[in-house]
Design a protein around this ligand. Structure first.
Ligand SMILES: Cc1cc2nc3c(=O)[nH]c(=O)nc-3n(C[C@H](O)[C@H](O)[C@H](O)COP(=O)(O)O)c2cc1C
Length: 449
């Protein structure tokens, strides 16, 4: 068996909705329905993730009510950077990745808030830089949606100024010295004086560097302009591919564009979402998911499955296998990520409720199964060059993070895919990245030429 290096199989977890990612999680017997604003749930999940040696927690964000409040809690409620500020002192090693939109937040505020998180956590912060795109988000700031080119122009300016501000307080400014009375050598705390078309800042930033220098930049794998920006500035790519083949193509594209931008391909880690439901047997995992599907409103879930399979499935028949005439008449939706999987399960004589229990409504990649089956899939993806790691999505946070850490992480460790403990202290250490302070000098040299 090949033993992979620690930074070739990264592992993080996505935290968004406090009950867990599955729309039925808030209605489970164990759930407190009011807990969607209870940050202690996330603190506990973070501590469990840290017990499993996970490299980072990733908090997505939306700045509007996202999701149908008639039937489920909002997918993002509490503001992520503040939530992570509550998690920081309750954890010691795990990376803390927040999301802030360059469409609404000025670079000085981004630089200041994420650096504060970085210093508070002793070098564990990351920033997912995103340009917003939903009209609902812009409406909450009294703005129309800008043309894409302008949005990305502001995005690039905001990232450059944020990084310049992070570099504006150099380590050479030293530490306060009571004996001499010199607090800091201000010749090393310099303005940045940057003005773009959309944003600007004089600087310097009022917070010194952290143990890792500056926070790690993450970006989603988005459209062409987003990928281009990622090739210049990002070290972590938050990806949501629909299949392993798509992931391979996206990762290869990201790596080659990074090289074209004058950086090393390995500086950019392609981190795929991965949703899972784990059980000690496949049957146990499927049954766990069936309970969640029921709680999510089985009528609606069956309506969704009907669209995937191209046949109206009645809730009265949800526990009966499809007849052979029905199976022959199925017309799986070509655009549905798991239509083929759903068809295969119908052919095997699974009932509609059981088919749902196999997670066929999840946006791929996902798996309902045992720890070994999950480890097999993750390993296959990394070995095929489809990912450098995964941001796992937990179905029901009440016990889902514990199940992942207690069941799946030990299998990954036995296979030599994950280290037994943290080998460094900062997020840059976990990702195998060098320190950085300020803009990447390779990019500024390029611009000056
Ligand atoms: C995997 C992934 C994660 C994303 N996370 C967020 C997020 O947390 N918050 C957000 O507002 N947008 C998020 N986005 C949206 C992107 O920032 C981007 O606006 C979107 O993909 C549309 O891109 P375009 O404007 O270039 O077409 C995400 C996109 C992807 C693919």
């Amino acid at each position: 068996m090949t033993v992979m290096s620690k930074s070739s199989f990264l592992l993080g977890a996505v935290l968004g909705e406090m009950h867990g990612n599955h729309p039925g999680a808030w209605r489970m017997a164990s759930a407190d329905p009011n807990a969607y604003t209870d940050v202690t749930t996330f603190v506990r999940a973070a501590q469990t993730a840290e017990r499993g040696g996970l490299d980072y927690l990733f908090f997505p964000d939306r700045v509007f009510i996202w999701g149908d409040l008639e039937s489920r809690p909002p997918i993002v409620t509490m503001e992520p950077t503040l939530t992570l500020a509550a998690i920081a002192p309750a954890t010691r090693r795990i990376g803390l990745v927040t999301t802030l939109s360059t469409s609404f937040v000025e670079p000085y505020t981004i630089a200041r808030q994420v650096r504060a998180l970085d210093v508070m956590s002793h070098g564990r912060a990351g920033w997912q830089a995103i340009p917003s795109y939903e009209p609902e988000a812009f409406a909450n700031y009294g703005l129309p949606v800008p043309p894409r080119e302008e949005k990305y122009e502001r995005f690039n300016e905001a990232i450059q100024i944020t990084q310049a501000l992070w570099g504006s307080w150099s380590r050479a400014a030293g530490s306060p010295d009571k004996a001499t009375g010199r607090f800091a050598d201000t010749s090393h705390i310099r303005p940045v004086n940057l003005t773009g078309r959309h944003v600007g800042s004089r600087g310097p930033l009022q917070i010194p560097p952290s143990e890792q220098g500056q926070p790690v930049i993450f970006m989603p794998f988005a459209s062409g302009l987003g990928v281009q920006a990622a090739s210049l500035y990002a070290n972590g790519i938050i990806a949501h591919p629909s299949s392993m083949e798509e992931a391979k193509a996206q990762r290869a594209m990201m790596r080659s564009m990074t090289v074209d931008a004058g950086r090393e391909a390995d500086e950019v880690k392609f981190l795929s979402f991965f949703a899972l439901t784990v059980g000690t047997t496949l049957q146990e995992a499927v049954e766990r998911r069936m309970v969640l599907e029921e709680a999510a409103g089985i009528e609606e879930r069956l309506a969704h499955l009907s669209a995937v399979l191209g046949m109206r499935l009645d809730s009265a028949d949800r526990d009966k296998p499809l007849t052979s005439a029905q199976v022959a008449a199925l017309r799986p939706h070509p655009g549905a990520a798991q239509a083929g999987h759903a068809l295969q399960l119908a052919r095997q004589g699974r009932t509609p409720h059981e088919i749902l229990g196999h997670g066929v409504l999840d946006q791929a990649p996902s798996l309902v199964g045992t720890a070994e089956q999950i480890a097999d899939m993750l390993q296959e993806w990394v070995q095929a060059g489809a990912a450098d790691g995964f941001s796992v999505i937990i179905d029901d946070l009440h016990d889902g993070m514990d199940n992942f850490v207690n069941q799946v992480v030990p299998v990954l460790r036995q296979r030599g895919l994950r280290p037994d403990d943290y080998e460094g202290t900062t997020l840059r250490d976990h990702l195998g990245l060098p320190q950085q302070l300020g803009l990447d000098p390779r990019l500024t040299a390029e611009a000056e030429r």
